[in-house]
Design a protein around this ligand. Structure first.
Ligand SMILES: Cc1cc2nc3c(=O)[nH]c(=O)nc-3n(C[C@H](O)[C@H](O)[C@H](O)COP(=O)(O)OP(=O)(O)OC[C@H]3O[C@@H](n4cnc5c(N)ncnc54)[C@H](O)[C@@H]3O)c2cc1C
Length: 442
């Protein structure tokens, strides 16, 4: 019995240590048969099942007190077609592992989020995105996927087969079924040239359209309480070699990026938990130390796409105008990260039907300490709603179905697919219950 292999007493905590749960049983299946047995056992015992990837979602999206299942052993590459730039992988593979396999076959993903320590299943279920107005959320590069449903059936879907199910599963929040493998569209491996330079918010906003169009993966970081921004232009390059810093530059970069940019910053923000009025000063100081210079590099794509996200943090991602922060008692940590994503047709993708601008706000938790963020988050979400915003599904938000039906033309369609494929609500959890509590009648 697979049930007997489920671990008792497993305590789960997400990466930022902001959410936790105590699943009754924690499973690490090694193959599809074992996975199916878990589903059937859950069905017989009326238990909920939740898949956990790397646990990087800054919310309780992956939490359950029933059966938690990790697909850590589902991390194989099943098929690579170099000519058609396609790779079929098991859903528990991390992007770090996948990038490595792809490099060996001269392929690469067209886009990545800020970190690669996430599973492809988790990234797809939450429509993880990077930046680049001509590039979609990661889910949109999926050509086909296979799911285990709550009845234990294995179903394949794509744009040409069960398209409803496919478009629901691509940002399925773990609620449609267990994704066991996906086929991703890649591109021939490529180098990226990145140029980072300091600017002002006024300049970036005035020239925003030019910035967005003038490189493949434009983004900028704004330092709250200041007018400073750090502008990041990143594009494919075919006539330059990888830049390798010499020994002196490597040591210098380590001192700036880690000794100061990580350890000193964490200490300073910790001090500011006692004296919040220091935050504007800290933001200004660290901008000058870390970002007030030009930096250039050429490297393989996955090295350039990812970004040092520093220490544990609370995160929220919609969009917010600068004037609000300046006019309040909120002391906001840096950066506010602004990115751009091409429109898609995935039912629950925040970029559904419109080219989108994502604005990510952050409050660090120095040494794991709680930092008050509620006023910042509440006001921020209110403004985001007024701007027609949609929250990132992986991140903590307070939006429920009564608003989601207005935000997403296909929210009801998604809910219907979910009901049809999971009539017992086996893949539900507290996060989804909160969202559906207010589901309005037709
Ligand atoms: C430091 C940091 C940086 C980040 N940067 C970005 C970024 O740049 N862009 C962005 O968009 N997001 C970003 N995120 C959010 C992150 O990409 C998502 O939270 C992603 O879902 C994490 O993947 P995971 O493997 O940890 O999944 P988890 O957090 O473990 O799970 C996420 C959801 O996916 C479901 N799930 C996972 N695997 C499966 C499966 N095989 N079948 C069915 N359901 C499944 C889970 O049940 C859960 O609902 C960042 C998060 C952190 C902490």
């Amino acid at each position: 019995m697979v049930e007997s292999k489920g671990l008792v007493g497993f305590e789960f905590e997400n990466w930022s240590q902001t959410y936790s749960c105590s699943p009754e049983l924690f499973f690490l299946p090694r193959n599809v048969e074992e996975l199916r047995e878990i589903v059937l056992s859950a069905k017989a015992n009326r238990k909920k099942v939740r898949i956990v990837g790397c646990g990087h979602s800054p919310s309780d999206l992956m939490c359950t007190n029933d059966y938690m299942v990790s697909l850590r052993y589902f991390n194989n590459v099943l098929k690579i077609d170099e000519n058609r730039c396609l790779v079929k992988v098991e859903a528990g593979i991390t992007l770090t592992e996948l990038n490595c396999h792809l490099r060996n076959h001269n392929l690469a993903l067209s886009i990545l989020g800020s970190i690669s320590e996430v599973t492809i299943g988790g990234a797809i279920c939450t429509a993880t995105h990077g930046s680049g107005i001509k590039f979609n959320v990661l889910s949109n590069y999926v050509q086909e996927l296979e799911l285990i449903t709550s009845s234990g059936d294995c179903i394949k879907c794509s744009r040409s087969e069960k398209i409803d199910l496919f478009l629901s599963s691509l940002c399925g929040l773990g609620a449609i079924g267990i994704i066991i493998n996906v086929t991703m569209k890649c591109e021939p491996s490529f180098l990226l040239y990145q140029s980072i330079y300091p600017s002002t918010l006024d300049e970036v906003l005035t020239e925003l359209n030019d910035h967005i169009q003038s490189s493949d993966h434009f983004r900028f970081l704004w330092f709250p309480h200041t007018d400073y921004t750090s502008v990041w232009h990143t594009s494919r390059i075919y006539n330059k070699a990888i830049t390798k810093p010499n020994k002196f530059e490597s040591i210098y970069n380590w001192i700036i990026d880690y000794a100061i940019g990580y350890y000193s910053l964490e200490f300073c923000y910790w001090v500011s938990t006692f004296f919040p009025q220091l935050v504007p000063f800290i933001n200004r100081l660290f901008f000058h130390i870390l970002y007030n210079r030009n930096r250039e590099r050429v490297d393989v794509s996955d090295n350039v796409f990812t970004f040092e996200c520093l220490f544990r943090q609370y995160v929220n991602e919609w969009s917010i105008p600068r004037r609000y922060i300046n006019a309040s008692n909120i002391h906001a940590h840096f950066p506010v990260e602004v990115r751009f994503v091409k429109a898609d047709d995935i039912y629950l993708s925040p970029a559904y039907g419109r080219d989108s601008c994502y604005i990510n706000v952050i409050m660090y938790r120095p040494y794991g300490k709680h930092v008050d963020k509620d006023e910042y988050w509440n006001n921020y979400e209110q403004i985001m709603r007024e701007c027609g915003g949609r929250p990132h599904w992986a991140k903590a938000h307070t939006v429920t179905a009564v608003d989601f039906v207005k935000m997403y033309p296909y929210f009801r369609a998604w809910a219907l697919v979910r009901k049809r494929i999971d009539p017992l609500n086996m893949f539900g959890n507290a996060y989804l219950d909160r969202v559906f509590e207010t589901f309005p009648p037709d």
